[in-house]
Write a protein that binds this ligand. Structure first.
Ligand code: DQA
Length: 143
């Protein structure tokens, strides 16, 4: 099973963001864990990150041709980008929405996401482990 792990805006500077909220891990360290977890689950993961909304949309389009599942953390775009929602909505494959932080208990504007109703599952506020949970959901769904 091939899984596209699509991280969005500002996740490239994860280690510079408030460690009390984001844990202090770098994107590189996070992706290393994701690849390890994917291997354990016998999934083939492909991690990508961009700060360009258009590029994120293009990667969704690209992944339509090969991904059997998607793990999406579009960062702040999750809260307002209908372009990314429309792109993620194109997938017949399951899309799992992940947020490192607990957006339900942060600022009011973070509580809602424009992809929450199209996600096959959501994992929120579990830090890096949330990605493991998302991958496990996809692996189990496939079995
Ligand atoms: C985030 C939560 C978003 O509200 C925020 O804008 C991010 C990261 C998370 O993973 O917790 O950039 O998606």
């Amino acid at each position: 099973m091939r899984v596209a792990v699509l991280n969005g805006v500002n996740l490239d500077v994860l280690e510079r963001r408030d460690p009390a909220i984001y844990g202090g891990l770098s994107l590189n360290q996070l992706e290393t864990r994701i690849y390890d977890w994917a291997r354990e689950l016998e999934l083939q993961a492909e991690c990508r990150q961009t700060n360009s909304e258009g590029e994120y949309v293009s990667w969704c389009h690209d992944a339509l041709d090969w991904a059997d599942g998607v793990v999406a953390n579009p960062g702040a775009w999750s809260h307002y980008s209908y372009a990314i929602r429309d792109a993620l909505e194109l997938f017949e494959a399951p899309v799992v929405e992940v947020h490192l932080s607990n957006i339900a208990e942060r600022e009011e504007w973070r509580r809602h996401t424009v992809i929450e109703d199209i996600a096959a599952a959501r994992v929120i506020g579990k830090g890096p482990e949330g990605y493991r949970e998302a991958l496990t959901f996809l692996a189990e769904r496939q079995a």
